[in-house]
Design a protein. Structure first.
Length: 257
């Protein structure tokens, strides 16, 4: 098991107990890390506080990733409380529902801007703020979550696919910028899991069925499998990897049809 004793991490993207970011937070907490966990807006605060009660002395902070002041406040609190940072888990994504219902060609300028800002730009904003705190620790690891819709067309995934393509390109550019500071940046491309965000994608049950029928492992995946891979990327075992997209999808992405 990965040992994260004495390490400090930031986890962005917990909405409820099904969130992939929550599975990663739990695994990191069990591995001994102390965590800052953020919530998006008051609507989610109570949920996230209740979950965070299961962690050791967590920092629970508001963070809407479209708000630079909130992002800055998160890192000020981390600086004050932790004095440095070893890892960031980025699991924030959003596209307006209409963009997932209409044909992709109807994508609006506003919907495109929102999806790309929340789901891709936010990684850059967080990485920039994390950098000095990680440099103080001699390096760090940043992990984000992506989906196959970045490189293949999936029904209704639409502008989220474009946002994930931007996110994955961002991973590579950030890896190049931050590598000299021994900060690694990687993505996990997860198979579909029933979460709040996934429930917003029309036809999700069809996706899940396709994985059960056609993935090499003939099944879907669960959040704990994503969390195990995140522990690998955060911990010492992943020290030689950066700029990578690792698939945790029962092998689905290798299939032609
Ligand atoms: P989720 O709904 O639990 O998590 C999405 C999170 O994004 C929520 O916590 C939400 O609060 C946050 N978010 C949205 N807008 C935000 C904003 N403006 N500021 C801050 N946070 C904001 O769903 P999830 O499936 O756990 O999603 C986590 C990540 O995993 C996403 O990037 C998603 O695209 C990715 N992913 C999910 C699946 C899946 O099938 N569930 C598969 C591959 C990748």
């Amino acid at each position: 098991m990965t040992d994260l004793a004495g390490k400090h991490g930031l986890v962005v993207g917990v909405a409820n107990k099904r969130s992939l970011s929550w599975a990663i937070a739990q695994a990191a907490g069990q591995a001994g890390a102390r965590l800052a966990v953020t919530y998006q807006g008051e609507r989610l605060e109570e949920n996230v506080r209740k979950l965070a009660d299961q962690l050791q002395s967590p920092l629970v902070l508001p963070c809407d990733v479209t708000d630079d002041a909130q992002i800055a406040a998160v890192f000020e609190a981390i600086d004050r409380e932790f004095g440095g940072l070893d890892f960031v888990v980025h699991g924030a994504a959003f596209a307006p529902q209409g963009e997932l219902l209409n044909p992709f060609v109807e994508t609006s300028r506003e919907g495109f801007r929102t999806a790309l800002e929340v789901s891709a730009y936010s990684l850059i904003a967080l990485a920039r703020q994390a950098r000095p705190l990680m440099e103080r620790r001699g390096g760090g690891s940043i992990v984000t979550l992506t989906y196959l819709g970045s490189i293949r067309v999936l029904p209704n995934y639409n502008v989220m696919g474009v946002a994930k393509a931007a996110l994955e390109a961002g991973v590579r550019y950030l890896a190049s910028d931050l590598g000299p500071s021994n900060i690694r940046v990687n993505a996990i491309s997860a198979g579909p899991v029933k979460t709040l965000a996934a429930a917003g994608i029309p036809g999700l049950s069809g996706f899940l069925q396709a994985y059960r029928e056609r993935a090499p492992l003939r099944r879907g995946i669960d959040a704990a499998e994503v969390a195990d891979t995140a522990m690998y990327l955060i911990g010492p075992a992943g020290r030689g990897m950066t700029g990578e997209v690792l698939f945790v999808d029962a092998g689905y992405h290798v299939m032609g049809v």
